[in-house]
Ligand binder design. Structure first.
Ligand SMILES: C[S@@+](CC[C@H](N)C(=O)[O-])C[C@H]1O[C@@H](n2cnc3c(N)ncnc32)[C@H](O)[C@@H]1O
Length: 285
């Protein structure tokens, strides 16, 4: 009979918390507000990658080995993306949002969580096809400098091209999608240089950093989904503050703003993924 009646905690949960604390204290990356269930699933996959039985075995290693810490950060920050991902959403951007944005003398867009750049150049292609690229600036940001560098390089495996071309046409694209790329070696394609000229690549952490620009369009898809509820609310405030009145906010298909009226009264819901900052009324943010 033990002297102390232990209060049991889920041991994997404890391991995840320890790793998150260490990442925050040692490397300054704060993932503590991220949704725990999916974090745990992704981190557990590292057991076999590193050949360890328990996640906590990585703790002492990552404190001293930055490469291991970087692998953890990459695993948490998931850069999965595609050109014209969710084609119907891009059709709506093409048909409805961009014509509205054309009424502004210039167009500043903040594309948040760029991963390896597929979504950034999707936007650049759409702006080009709508004749708006020259008066537009895309500020693309990500927490992870390694992904930003990949996005800047703008190269991807050639095997993706068939799927991406299909999405492009489903989004209403009528051009020659392949003509936006050049061949890079046998297996890669690279976006043509002129598409990079309207883009600024910025390291920005939604959890800790502030607004850096007032923009007319915020594209933040498949990022909030990784956050816990209170972090989602905090980040939504940040995104809204960076929007000019009348500007648009595009979220991912699995990202719903709950209790919009009370928590984010300055946003109007246009459909399941698209919001607009009120031109008048609502709280001043
Ligand atoms: C799944 S990808 C989304 C890519 C693209 N937006 C899309 O929907 O196809 C999520 C991206 O969010 C970034 N991210 C995660 N946490 C972040 C944070 N706190 N601040 C900025 N970016 C973050 C990740 O590094 C990753 O590149």
């Amino acid at each position: 009979m033990p002297l102390v009646k232990w209060k049991e905690h889920n041991i994997e949960g404890v391991e995840v918390e320890l790793l998150l604390s260490a990442l925050k204290l040692r490397y300054g990356y704060d993932f503590t507000g991220y949704a725990k269930a999916s974090l745990r699933r992704r981190l557990k996959a590292l057991n076999s990658y590193f050949g360890v039985k328990h996640l906590s075995e990585l703790l002492s290693v990552m404190l001293y080995d930055e490469a291991v810490a970087q692998t953890l950060i990459n695993c948490i920050s998931v850069p999965t993306s595609e050109f014209f991902r969710d084609a119907q959403v891009w059709k709506k951007v093409r048909d409805d949002v961009l014509p509205q944005l054309d009424s502004f003398p210039w167009i500043n867009i903040w594309q948040v969580g760029c991963g390896r750049g597929e979504e950034t150049y999707t936007l650049a292609i759409l702006l080009h096809e709508s004749g708006l690229l020259k008066k537009s600036r895309i500020f693309t940001s990500d927490i992870n400098p390694a992904f930003l560098q990949d996005a800047r390089n703008g190269c991807w495996p050639r095997r993706n091209l068939d799927d991406w071309r299909k999405h492009y046409h489903e989004s209403g694209g009528t051009g020659d999608f392949d003509s936006y790329f050049v061949e890079r070696g046998e297996d890669e394609i690279a976006i043509k240089e002129p598409f990079k000229q309207s883009i600024e690549f910025i390291q920005h952490n939604l959890v800790e950093d502030d607004v850096f620009k007032e923009v007319q369009f915020v594209v933040c898809r498949n990022v909030l989904i990784y956050f816990g509820e209170s972090l989602q609310d905090k980040v939504l405030m940040l995104l809204t503050r960076s929007l000019e009145r009348g500007g648009y906010l595009l979220l991912g298909r699995a990202e719903k703003i709950f209790d919009l009226r009370n928590k984010h009264p300055y946003l109007e819901e246009l459909d399941e993924t698209l919001y607009r900052k009120l031109i008048s009324g609502g709280l001043h943010v």
